[in-house]
Design a protein around this ligand. Sequence first.
Ligand SMILES: Nc1ncnc2c1ncn2[C@@H]1O[C@H](COP(=O)(O)OP(=O)(O)OP(=O)(O)O)[C@@H](O)[C@H]1O
Ligand SMILES: [Mg+2]
Length: 271
Amino acid sequence: MLTLGIDVGSASSKAVILEDGQKIVSQRVIQAGTGSSGPQRVLDAVFGESGLSWEDFDNSVVTGYGRFSIEEVKNQVSEITCHAKGVAFLVPSVRTIIDIGGQDVKAISLDDRGFISKFFMNDKCAAGTGRFLEVMSRVLELELGAMGEIHFQSRHPAQVSSTCTVFAESEIISLLSKGTPKPDIVAGVHYSTAAKAVALANRVGLRDDVVMCGGVASNKGVIDAISKELDRKVIVAPLAQLSGALGAALIATEEVRRRDKAAAAQDHAPA
Ligand SMILES: Nc1ncnc2c1ncn2[C@@H]1O[C@H](COP(=O)(O)OP(=O)(O)OP(=O)(O)O)[C@@H](O)[C@H]1O
Ligand SMILES: [Mg+2]
């Protein structure tokens, strides 16, 4: 059985092709999200790599901010459900999920059976999101991908506001003009990002294992700051940025199995 999971986020588009709910046949991330060419490009990439096309799939599910933009897919599932499913598949011991994407920060708690028991999302402000980190890396004239390593050169992380992106930006400009070392500002930015995630994680009721997913999980500095603020280990999900798309493909698989089971029961029902 072949299923397709797509996650059209605000910052990136992700797709996973899954065989029998177990084997990843193809997976891809394109760093361009809803409203861009990202969704088409990610589909072209996984179709091209696998040699498959729409007719080959038994089912497909789309999630993310842009989940109503893929005409061919009728099944839309919320990001919370898809991330929970994807992360629980990758790290079965997970009980708390922190997802930091381009514009959202989400905390999800799972019960011992892997079902969602509570979740919270950030308010509309970009503070604490991937977008916040992108803005700050530009102000600091640093590559976004380099911020994670630079974090570990800091000796005295600077104080950076966690409540407002515009305010934090002017704080950083002021720190730069005072000659504060860049690694200290970078670490301050990461602690400010962590503060938002930690507040949400505490609201859902923190339990081990804590697993981080979403694109920001690739920033080791943010992981370090969250782990220090929580005073516990934070596991980075393998395929962290793809966990929503993987969850979507798993949900598509479950749906086919349910359909097949119902059809088989119908066939065996007494006339
Ligand atoms: N190589 C990288 N190094 C550091 N950060 C990265 C890297 N790649 C992506 N990111 C961060 O990941 C963010 C995007 O994450 P993700 O793909 O999970 O977002 P999304 O799902 O599109 O957004 P949302 O769920 O909020 O709609 C970017 O804003 C950026 O900050
Ligand atoms: Mg997302």
